[in-house]
Design a protein. Structure first.
Length: 226
């Protein structure tokens, strides 16, 4: 009779993490340890759950965490901020760590991602962050999250569609601040009508984080005028 050997699976090993860049201390200050814990979570739990691609793990600091944290430069003190389509918490969680005086709401429609957001917010002790599961265009979400000073996002949708989701959550006089790539000028030209129809004013392209990062973060700011 053949013997059956039961082999106990090896536990998943922690990824080999890049050292914390010195510039992270300048950006996060006394909250650096919280940013390090978030980095560790993204590289391990976030990657295992499919929120972060394996190729992105070695470059989490500059391409993701620091890249998002520096957009605080474009936001006023003590603003209320809504992060649309937050995913694994980008850009909302780095913002919340770098600027604890901001009040941040993370909006994420997918259950597994919103569950992770609840877990990591609790784990990091981020008292200035709340999580809403749903889509920005849902009536229930708009009821809960509208009236924000700033609505931000990262790699969520083309600019015209993004304005239709984001600007209704912005108070009149507030602003949508979206992270975009080098083609943002083309998007502005292409989606000019959609921006106006959503109540947006004249878009402004700005770059932030240039003194910290090898490549500055590009933002488009669009005020809500009606």
């Amino acid at each position: 009779m053949r013997k059956v050997f039961h082999v106990k699976p090896e536990p998943l090993s922690d990824p080999e993490l890049d050292p914390t860049p010195e510039v992270a201390r300048e950006i996060f200050g006394t909250h650096l340890s919280v940013a390090v814990a978030y980095h560790r979570s993204l590289a391990s739990d976030g990657a295992q759950r499919g929120f972060i691609g394996p190729r992105e793990v070695p470059r989490l600091w500059e391409r993701h965490i620091l890249n998002c944290a520096v957009i605080a430069e474009a936001m006023p003190e003590k603003a209320s901020v809504v992060d649309v389509g937050s995913g694994a918490g980008l850009p909302g969680i780095p913002l919340a760590i770098a600027r604890p005086q901001l009040q941040i709401t993370l909006i994420e429609p997918l259950l597994k991602r919103s569950t992770y957001l609840q877990e990591i917010v609790s784990e990091l002790g981020l008292k200035n962050v709340s999580v809403i599961r749903g889509r920005a265009e849902d009536k229930a979400v708009r009821f809960k999250a509208s009236g924000a000073d700033i609505v931000t996002s990262r790699a969520v949708a083309p600019l015209g569609k993004l304005c239709g989701w984001s600007l209704p959550l912005v108070r009149r006089g507030g602003m949508m601040v979206a992270m975009k790539g080098s083609s943002v000028t083309e998007e502005i030209e292409r989606d000019a009508k959609a921006i106006r129809n959503a109540g947006g004013g004249a878009p402004e392209v700005v770059q932030v984080g240039g003194k910290y990062l090898s490549q500055a973060t590009t933002l488009v700011r669009i005020p809500r005028v009606r």
